[in-house]
Design a protein around this ligand. Structure first.
Ligand SMILES: [Zn+2]
Ligand SMILES: [Zn+2]
Length: 163
């Protein structure tokens, strides 16, 4: 009888140890799964990668007179300048054409919509990733670059006043 209760208490201890190991394993597994989903869900893209996506979807073409005949406007709606032969332009899916540089600057500020008709230039997912990068950059600037800069400006002024 004594050995039986001993056996059960032993079994009980073993079960406790086993269960606690199992819980630790599950927690570790859970964390790694959550970590990886967050990582794959959250990859931010740099401006270079963003511009590469734009280039992939809307390749740069060289402007020619032939292109003018196919479209209604011979000028860039961003800078209002007329295109000259051989200039780098981008034609969007909505059939609107802009200078490559004008459009790229616009797309970086106005999150991937055509300056004229607001048609989407890139998939939402890529835009969201780029937006996240911009937000993060904003935070970094605020905490690491702008504040020390303004402080140094403050100290600089103070020192100038002292001397
Ligand atoms: Zn332009
Ligand atoms: Zn358009």
């Amino acid at each position: 009888m004594a050995s039986l209760s001993e056996f059960f208490s032993h079994l009980y201890t073993m079960t406790i140890i086993f269960v606690s190991f199992l819980v630790v394993e599950i927690v570790i597994l859970f964390q790694s799964v959550i970590g990886s989903t967050l990582k794959s869900d959250n990859p931010i893209i740099s401006t270079t990668q963003y511009l590469k996506h734009i280039e992939e979807k809307n390749p740069t073409i060289s402007f020619s007179e032939k292109l003018t005949r196919q479209q209604d406007s011979a000028e860039c709606a961003v800078c209002l300048a007329k295109y000259s032969e051989g200039e780098s332009v981008r034609k969007l899916n909505c059939k609107h054409t802009f200078h490559k540089d004008c459009l790229d600057k616009w797309l970086q500020k106005c999150l991937a919509t055509c300056p004229l008709c607001r048609a989407k230039v890139l998939p939402d997912e890529i835009v969201a990733r780029y937006e996240r990068m911009q937000n993060q950059k904003g935070f970094d600037h605020g905490s690491e670059e702008e504040i020390p800069f303004s402080l140094s400006a403050l100290y600089g002024n103070g020192l100038q006043r002292i001397s």
